[in-house]
Every structure is written in C-alpha cells, then in structure tokens.
Design a protein around this ligand. Structure first.
Ligand code: HEC
Ligand code: HEC
Length: 207
C-alpha cells in the first residue's frame, strides 16, 4: 500500500469509528491498466504507450479527452468512460508517481535514420517544448523511454488531424512533414532517449 493508500484507509477507519459514513474517495488501482500498459507502466504491447515517468498533468488531460470522446481509442474510451473526475485525478496522480524507466527493448538504431531524425528534431524544435531530456513538463508529455511504434503512430495521427490534442501545438508543428520524415523522427526520439540514459526501472513496482 502506498502512503496515500494507507492514509485513505486510515481516514476511512477514523470516519467509521466516529460513526460517520466513510468518505467516498477515488482509489486508483493500476492492475487493470498494467494488463495493457505493462508492470510499472513499461509497455511491451504494440502501439500501447508506456506510462512510466509520464507527467500527471498530461495524463489527466488525455484521460479527459478519452472520456469526452475527443481522443479516439477503443480501449481507452472503454476505460475512461465510467471514470469520475476524482478517478481521473487519482489515476493521473498515480501515473505521475511511476518512476521513469528504460523502455522495453525494440528495434536497433539505424545510423542513417538517427542522423535524419536528429536534423528534423533540431529544425522543428522538439526540445523547446518537450525539454532537453525529453522528459516533458506539465501538459507536455514525456517522450523519453516511449515505444517507437507508438511514437510513429502518434505523430502520424497528429499530422493527419486524426488526433486532436488538448492544445493544437502538435498539429501545427508537424504540418509540413511527410510520412518518411515522421518515421525517422519517431526512430530518433525512441533511441536518443536510451542513448542519453533514462533511469533504469526501479525495483519498487507501483502498488
Ligand atoms: C485494453 C488495453 C488498455 C487498458 C486496459 C488501459 N489502456 Fe490506456 N491506452 C491503451 C492504448 C492502446 C492507448 C493509446 C491510444 C492511442 O493510440 O491513442 C492508451 C493510452 C493511454 C494514455 C495516454 C498516454 C499517452 O502517452 O498519450 C493514458 C494516460 C492511459 N492510457 C491511461 C490508462 C489508465 C490509467 C488505465 C487503467 C485505468 C489504462 N490506460 C488502461 C490501452 C489500454
Ligand atoms: C510548441 C510546443 C511543442 C513542440 C515544438 C513540439 N511538441 Fe510534441 N507535444 C506538445 C504538446 C502540448 C503535446 C500534447 C498534446 C495533447 O494535448 O495531446 C505534445 C505531444 C506529443 C506527442 C504525443 C506523446 C504521447 O505520449 O502521446 C509526441 C510523440 C510528440 N509531441 C512529439 C514531438 C516531436 C517529435 C516534436 C518535434 C518534431 C514535437 N513534439 C514538438 C508540444 C510540442
């Protein structure tokens, strides 16, 4: 049990002891999420994002978009639909506490694609918003440690307009880019973060 979990349990016991009905507190249980997003939020599933180290503010905006049907995903619409505002808060808080981890092993880096990706990342200023270490901040997502297949899909969907963000930042950023360039960017981002080093997966599994 986490400190917060323990605190909630203690608060509920106190409420019972005082004769009051236990407060209805949203408790986030990561077990169901882990079935797709992996233990500790490190995803081994194709096109399913890792959540380890993700920004909690970004997570809540995305859960909100899924719940409202503004970001389409069959799996996540199903997951987010029954969530209350308190649930959105509890899950995004939990995600924000998952320690950043090395990504699940993927395709090996191709030097030519890495070179092209680096030039594009510089030209389109990815790090000005996502941070020099690609860790993101607030509503800007962490990209470091993310799966390449998921990154490629996310970029393609922003580019085509199929994915609408909480802000139009990405749709605008990628406006002039073609499919091959997006692929090179995804390849570069996925590998540069492993080269610059992401803290190895912590032994403490969430909850
Ligand atoms: C059945 C599989 C499945 C389950 C269960 C699931 N997810 Fe997801 N989740 C996905 C997929 C697939 C995506 C990517 C959707 C897309 O491509 O737009 C996603 C995306 C997300 C995102 C956005 C991540 C990003 O980088 O943009 C968040 C946040 C998220 N899930 C949280 C959760 C939480 C919290 C739970 C548990 C309550 C959960 N998910 C359960 C499959 C799942
Ligand atoms: C002007 C700021 C800005 C710039 C520049 C920018 N991004 Fe983003 N990016 C964002 C924001 C904000 C989001 C979240 C959008 C949303 O609400 O869905 C995002 C989302 C993303 C996502 C989705 C991550 C996920 O987990 O689903 C990817 C991938 C991404 N950006 C890659 C890039 C790349 C690659 C570049 C450079 C070519 C770039 N970004 C440049 C602000 C920016």
């Amino acid at each position: 049990m986490t400190i917060r979990g323990a605190w909630l349990a203690a608060a509920a016991m106190l409420a019972v002891a005082a004769g009051a009905p236990p407060a209805r507190a949203a408790e986030a249980d990561f077990t169901i999420c882990a079935s797709c997003h992996g233990m500790g939020g490190v995803s081994y599933n194709f096109e399913t994002p890792s959540l380890a180290g993700q920004q909690s503010f970004y997570a809540i905006t995305q859960l909100f978009l899924f719940r409202a049907g503004r970001r389409t995903s069959e799996a996540m619409t199903e997951v987010a639909k029954p969530m209350s505002d308190a649930d959105l808060g509890a899950y995004s808080e939990l995600i924000g506490r998952l320690p950043a981890a090395a990504p699940a092993p993927g395709v090996t880096a191709d030097p030519a694609r890495m070179k092209r990706g680096a030039v594009l990342a510089e030209q389109y200023r990815c790090t000005t918003c996502h941070g020099a270490d690609l860790a993101g901040a607030k509503q800007v997502p962490r990209l470091a440690g993310q799966r390449e297949d998921y990154l490629a899909r996310a970029l393609a969907e922003f580019r085509s307009g199929a994915r609408v963000g909480y802000t139009p930042a990405m749709n605008e950023t990628l406006a002039g880019l073609g499919a091959a360039e997006l692929g090179d960017l995804a390849h570069y981002i996925a590998h540069v973060s492993t080269l610059t080093g992401v803290a190895p997966a912590a032994s403490a599994a969430p909850r």
